[in-house]
Design a protein. Structure first.
Length: 299
């Protein structure tokens, strides 16, 4: 797979303008999120770093304060700083959710495809039931259960953890089904049969021999589900179920901006909305590019 990327993959990438633009946008947003503590003018989580007197200032090109390039929100928080920290939090939740969903889904899919039988039937029936529900409803259900089980004193401290688990448990099915289908194809090949005849343990056969050869479609799903996880977090936060207003993820910023949609302060809503849309669309474009790379017939 590495040789393929070094030759045909790079060649095709350099001749796909949409993939290049999408990669640049993702690098800018992810880089800004990673280096937010050093780039941002203020920390939106620190009440001492902003003032209510600077609230609702317009962007610079509308006569705003030069200190705030994209204006400020109703609390006086710099919009650029809020977006950098918001993207940082949204990307963290997205990456962690996707990582947990990948480990859980791929592990169950490998085991179901390798062992088959009753275990395969149980895993697939659970997956079928979950596929009947939209991911947002699954996340809402898990979030509601956690609110009922966790003491009120720790709910606020565990909001990010609960949100990550809720999103991860709503996205594992695609990994499981894809891994299972790929195992059915690979397990009858000579290299897998040879490893089994040599007496290697099933876990070693699955992880050492089968998994590296099914990574292509899994990488595509990881990319697409990362965008889905970020969008799910934004949706939950927009509905007021995800992160609170003092933890400005991109979804929280959009929810705050909706309050000023008709009052003239358009930048509070539209700036984080544009950033979120650009991030999600760019990640999806890169996912489509990876799909084309691993399946040249789709080009």
């Amino acid at each position: 797979m590495s040789r393929f990327f070094q030759s045909d993959g790079v060649y095709y990438f350099l001749r796909t303008p949409s993939a290049i633009v999408a990669a640049i946008i993702v690098v800018i947003i992810v880089g800004g999120a990673i280096f937010a503590p050093w780039i941002a003018q203020s920390n939106p989580y620190d009440l001492a770093s902003f003032s209510l007197m600077d609230g609702l200032l317009p962007p610079v090109w509308q006569g705003g304060d030069p200190r705030f390039l994209l204006g400020t929100d109703n609390q006086g928080r710099d919009m650029v700083s809020s977006i950098l920290y918001g993207a940082r939090l949204s990307l963290f939740i997205g990456f962690m959710s996707m990582a947990i969903a990948t480990v859980l889904g791929v592990g169950l899919g490998l085991a179901a495809g390798y062992y088959g039988g009753r275990f395969d039937a149980i895993v697939m029936r659970i997956a079928d039931v979950q596929l009947a529900l939209p991911a947002i409803l699954t996340a809402l259900l898990i979030d509601g259960i956690s609110r009922g089980l966790l003491p009120p004193s720790v709910q606020q401290d565990l909001r990010v953890v609960v949100l990550i688990i809720a999103i991860a448990l709503s996205l594992w099915v695609n990994f499981a089904r894809t891994a299972r289908a790929s195992v059915f194809v690979e397990r009858n090949k000579d290299y897998v049969q040879a490893a089994m005849i040599m007496g290697q343990r099933p876990s070693r056969v699955m992880l050492r021999h089968i998994l590296p050869n099914i990574m292509g479609p899994l990488l595509v799903i990881m990319t697409v589900d990362l965008a889905s996880a970020i969008l799910l977090e934004a949706t939950l936060s927009f509905l007021g179920i995800g992160l609170p207003a003092d933890s400005p993820s991109l979804g929280t910023l959009i929810r705050i901006g909706m309050q000023f949609q008709l009052s003239g302060e358009w930048w509070i809503l539209w700036v984080p909305t544009i950033v979120l849309a650009a991030l999600v669309v760019s990640i999806n474009i890169l996912g489509d590019f990876l799909r084309d790379i691993f399946n040249p017939r789709l080009r």
